[in-house]
Design a protein. Structure first.
Length: 137
């Protein structure tokens, strides 16, 4: 009966870790899918790189920033070299690091949310897939 039991435990543990990692990756992708689809819609040649104009378009479509000066400041942040090109991961990074008030009518330092998260939770109605509307119910 003892034959091979320790090996089984090891396998289970590594499987478990793999399941957790896969799950986290899937959750991350699921979290980002709304944003990813929007990015794809402005990245018309689908090479994962957008121009300054397309970035501004992306931010306007996200519909979470209150004024144009915030778009300008984000642009400077994402494209510090001013080479007018930004990759998908640069954009995700910048929008994940840009904190903003969760509620614009009640801004307070301890009630901040990342721009990208705000968009995913409540931003502009991007018509993608109806299958994901069950969050928060
Ligand atoms: Ca492109």
């Amino acid at each position: 009966m003892t034959n091979g039991s320790s090996q089984t435990n090891k396998l289970l543990y590594s499987d478990f870790k793999k399941v957790i990692l896969d799950f986290q990756l899937q959750e991350h992708e699921r979290f980002l899918i709304k944003f990813t689809n929007l990015f794809k819609s402005v990245d018309r040649d689908q090479d994962g790189i957008i121009s300054e104009i397309q970035f501004q378009e992306l931010l306007r479509m996200m519909n979470v920033l209150e004024d144009e000066s915030e778009i300008e400041s984000l642009l400077a942040q994402v494209d510090p070299d001013n080479n007018k090109k930004m990759t998908y991961s640069e954009v995700v990074d910048a929008l994940s690091n840009h904190m903003m008030p969760r509620d614009p009518l009640n801004p307070s330092a301890n009630n901040q949310i990342a721009l990208i998260e705000k968009f995913i939770q409540e931003g502009g109605d991007v018509d993608i897939d109806d299958g994901m509307t069950d969050m928060g119910h």
